[in-house]
Design a protein around this ligand. Structure first.
Ligand SMILES: C[S@@+](CC[C@H](N)C(=O)[O-])C[C@H]1O[C@@H](n2cnc3c(N)ncnc32)[C@H](O)[C@@H]1O
Length: 202
């Protein structure tokens, strides 16, 4: 797996920065699966998904490691007159940032698929700690149905199950799409095979 220098990629336009929310999360809002509540967008990047949730009644915090991404996200929210609490921080150290059970929704657009094998158990524990019991984690990742080896690591259903069970009850792992600017052969916005996961915090 190629490891990315997150600070470096935000000097330009990273492939996942499509300048709008991922359609998979918009559909979750439209279908009422994501309802107004205290939401956390982990690895929020330039903030389009977090802003979309805030525009739909959520009280949103967005967290990312990269200062430039957070400052761009803050500017974008201010331009759109939307209130989002964007902050710089490490998802693997959220115990230093948030209280237990502080959030009612977590969304993850492309962060889990960037975690190493060693980071995965810590990641699941950190999410479990900040989510209220019975609340949901929604995650979009590249799936093992996406051909080639460009871009992020492909994730199997078995890997999702072994990472999040038993801290979470997995409601579904659905075929979905991750829109990005990179693809096997084009620089246009490309729709990669993805899994959309809904999981309840046990
Ligand atoms: C694939 S990008 C997705 C960004 C955004 N969610 C989107 O859909 O546009 C993954 C993001 O996670 C951030 N990230 C990576 N590791 C992180 C960590 N340990 N804590 C917080 N953010 C992290 C990166 O800086 C990057 O913005």
């Amino acid at each position: 797996m190629i490891s990315l220098d997150w600070n470096e990629v935000y000097k330009g336009t990273p492939p996942w920065d499509i300048g709008r929310p991922q359609p998979a999360f918009e559909i979750l809002v439209e279908d009422g699966e994501i309802k107004p509540g205290r939401a956390l967008d982990i690895g929020c990047g330039r903030g389009d998904n977090a802003i979309m949730l805030a525009m739909n009644g959520c009280d949103v915090t967005g967290i990312d490691l990269v200062e430039d991404a957070i400052s761009d996200a803050k500017k974008k929210a201010a331009e759109r007159h939307v209130k989002v609490n964007f902050l710089i921080g490490d998802v693997l150290k959220m115990n230093q940032l948030f209280r237990e059970a502080e959030f009612e929704i977590i969304i993850d657009s492309g962060l889990f698929h960037a975690m190493t094998d060693e980071e995965r158990p810590v990641f699941a524990q950190q999410l479990h700690r900040v989510l209220k019991p019975g609340s949901k984690y929604f995650m979009l990742c590249f799936s093992d149905k996406e051909p080639g080896d460009y871009g992020p690591r492909r994730i199997s259903k078995a890997e999702i199950e072994s990472t999040f069970t038993p801290l979470f009850d997995i409601i579904y792992i659905k075929d979905s799409a991750f829109h990005s600017r990179s693809g096997p052969s084009s620089s246009e916005v490309y729709s990669a095979s993805a899994y959309l996961v809904s999981a309840v915090r046990s």
